[in-house]
Design a protein around this ligand. Structure first.
Ligand code: C2E
Ligand code: MG
Ligand code: MG
Ligand code: MG
Length: 280
């Protein structure tokens, strides 16, 4: 009897495994087609100066427009990374985001920066730095207007001599690097200090923990202060409430990003949003 149940469970397990593998293969297939058919779009979320309300930069965030639904990146970036498809997808993101930044500069927003999320797999590509420089040049953009975001966990996992050299080379070429989702990877600031990065993006989970502007027990303020002592710029992610913004201003956080200011927007809506404050 027990043996029968055991067998049955193995069969069910086996079927589920097969189903999961088939589903993954299907997404993988569809992703390949999506590249060819240009089914991806970018939305842009403003990074705002909390003291003036000015938009300092934009972060490009990919979506997959499949039939009538907009699929969020968490549903496909993982598979794209596992299959290597993140490399051509990431290339497209970089080109598209830089072309839009160029368009914004031409409209008079000369100081605006663009942040692009990069997977560690892209950093391992032989021609990565040259490729980025070429995209910048094709669009006539200053390298210091581009910021590449790499998650803390991913960087720590993949960091070796080669990737370190890539980061150094990006820095030498004045391209900015920011550490995304900071605080989730448990790396010390002392370790971070040795990396050629310019910005820390404090993860939303830390911002969520801010309940009151005067809250001295929250870790975020300490992170901001220490990061500043190391000469890093600090961006807070996922700011949703006014008291979080006030808290971050008390600690002199450089930029804030979150639904309180704006959710990620399609190109035309970004243009409308920025019409309000054309730099003269
Ligand atoms: P991320 O780079 O940390 O981006 C921040 C995420 O938080 C975005 O989700 C954004 O829409 C969301 N967010 C921003 N403000 C708020 C807020 O106030 N409240 C809440 N609840 N959420 C907020 P999204 O667009 O779904 O992207 C998820 C992740 O997918 C990104 O996290 C990034 O790691 C990855 N990703 C997005 N685009 C790309 C890409 O082009 N390439 C790569 N490699 N990864 C990407
Ligand atoms: Mg990011
Ligand atoms: Mg993040
Ligand atoms: Mg994230």
């Amino acid at each position: 009897r027990a043996k029968e149940i055991g067998k049955r469970q193995i069969v069910v397990f086996d079927q589920e495994m097969k189903k999961a593998v088939a589903e993954k293969a299907e997404i993988q297939n569809n992703l390949r087609k999506a590249i060819v058919n240009e089914e991806f779009i970018l939305h842009y979320q403003p990074q705002v100066d909390p003291y003036t309300g000015r938009v300092l930069g934009l972060e490009a965030l990919i979506r997959w427009q499949k039939d009538d639904t907009l699929i969020p990146p968490n549903k496909f970036i993982g598979i794209a990374e596992e299959t290597g498809l993140i490399v051509p997808i990431g290339d497209w993101v970089l080109k598209r985001a830089c072309a839009f930044l160029k368009r914004m500069h031409d409209m008079g927003h000369h100081e605006l920066t663009m942040a692009v999320n990069i997977s560690a797999l892209q950093l391992q590509e032989e021609e990565f730095v040259e490729n980025v420089l070429q995209v910048l040049q094709e669009n006539g953009l200053e390298p210091n207007r581009l910021e590449l975001e790499i998650t803390e966990t991913m960087l720590i996992e993949f960091l070796d001599k080669k990737i370190h050299n890539v980061l150094n080379s990006l820095k030498e070429n004045r391209i900015k690097i920011s550490l995304d989702d900071f605080g989730l990877g448990y790396s010390s600031l002392n370790y971070i200090k040795q990396l050629p990065i310019s910005t820390l993006k404090v993860d939303k989970s830390f911002i969520d923990d801010i309940h009151d502007a005067q809250d001295c027990k929250n870790l975020t303020g300490m992170i901001v202060t220490l990061a500043h002592q190391l000469g890093l710029k600090v961006v807070a992610e996922g700011v949703e409430r006014p008291e979080q913004k006030e808290y971050l201003m008390r600690y002199k956080c450089d930029a804030i990003q979150g639904y309180l200011m704006s959710k990620p927007l399609p190109e035309e809506q970004v243009i409308d949003l920025l019409k309000g404050h054309l730099q003269s």
